[in-house]
Ligand binder design. Structure first.
Ligand code: SAM
Length: 309
């Protein structure tokens, strides 16, 4: 089993970790990540109704099935030519987005008129979905540090007709300087990205434990800052595209141990790992969710929904 993970290109450290976490399933997860993900898209209801866009695409020969956790999301089963070259894409009627990536905005349940923050926004996939769910009402303060990624974000938000978002080229570790208290916050955190090996196969061998520790430390700092500017009763959704418990369950356990918060249940995905590497976690952790390439046909993805008490 370990030999097979090595032959797929995983370093000894990560092959052993994954075997310890998932046993024989580690190979199913790794093999699923060798295959490309289905191309999925979200209809942008700021520009057109779902049924109108699906009909236009069907007429051109595109076929797709609905993503279970969103009414606007679909994954292509037939793509006669690149969907990115259709007038529907170019005119901002849809956004190409991985299926698991559609879940955090849905889990956040943003409402028109609320004050939101997106603490790691570029290239704007989730920001634009949140704006759409808010029907461009209220306001989103969106932060990112990646200059090139912010240029892409600006283009995406403009193509999609998003008008309720202010973009900041700044670390969201400074979000408190705005002096704003938020109803809801999305932290789609910077992470090691081990759930996206299908897109970045070099990560099988290049990532180290130091990378995980670095990301965990940043994730905790961002969470602490986010919780400090969240209103009482406000909601923070935390997500990563990492498979590592140190960036997921352990971070959420740390939040439970250090802040006055509760976790809210999530309907989709698999319950999180309750005893990763033999470390027993709070029962509450069962409420957070993981998405897996072998089971859900998505990236490896993690979502937690936190309410500040
Ligand atoms: N939410 C985005 C989307 O759905 O399109 C993807 C976000 S990506 C997972 C993480 C982002 O965090 C990267 O764009 C990175 O530049 C940004 N980032 C890293 N450190 C940051 C910080 N201190 N403050 C704000 N953004 C940061």
């Amino acid at each position: 089993m370990l030999e097979k993970l090595f032959s797929l290109g995983y370093s000894k450290t990560f092959a052993e970790r994954y075997y310890e976490l998932w046993g024989e399933r580690a190979l199913a997860i790794a093999e699923a990540m060798e295959k490309p993900l289905p191309r999925c898209f979200r209809v942008n209801t700021l520009r057109a109704e779902v049924s109108k866009v699906t009909k236009l695409l069907n007429k051109k020969g595109f076929q797709f099935k609905r993503v279970p956790w969103t009414r606007e999301g679909f994954c292509l089963t037939r793509e006669p030519f690149s969907i990115a070259s259709t007038p529907e894409y170019l005119g901002g009627l849809l956004y190409i987005q991985e299926a698991s990536s559609m879940y955090p905005p849905v889990a956040l349940e943003p409402k028109s008129g609320e004050i939101l923050a997106d603490m790691a926004a570029a290239p704007g996939g989730k920001t634009s979905y949140i704006a759409q769910l808010m029907r461009n009402g209220g306001i989103i303060y969106a932060f990112d540090v990646g200059e090139e990624r912010l240029k892409e974000t600006r283009l995406n938000l403009s193509r999609l007709g998003v008008t309720n978002t202010v973009l900041f080229h700044k670390s969201s570790l400074h979000i408190d300087e705005l002096g704003v208290k938020f109803d809801k916050i999305l932290l789609d955190a910077p992470c090691t990205g081990s759930g996206t090996i299908h897109k970045n196969p070099e990560r099988k061998a290049s990532r180290t434990m130091e990378d995980i520790k670095f990301c965990q430390s940043l994730q905790m700092k961002l969470l602490e800052k986010g919780l400090s500017v969240l209103k009482k009763g406000g909601i923070l959704v935390y997500s990563t595209c990492s498979l590592e418990p140190e960036e997921n369950e352990f971070v959420i356990q740390w939040v439970l141990d250090n802040f006055d918060v509760e976790l809210l249940p999530l309907r989709y995905g698999e319950p999180a790992l309750m005893k990763p590497f033999g470390i027993e976690l709070s029962e509450e952790i069962a409420k957070v969710r993981r998405f897996y390439p072998d089971k859900h046909g998505t990236s490896g993805f993690f979502v937690a929904k936190i309410r500040k008490l």
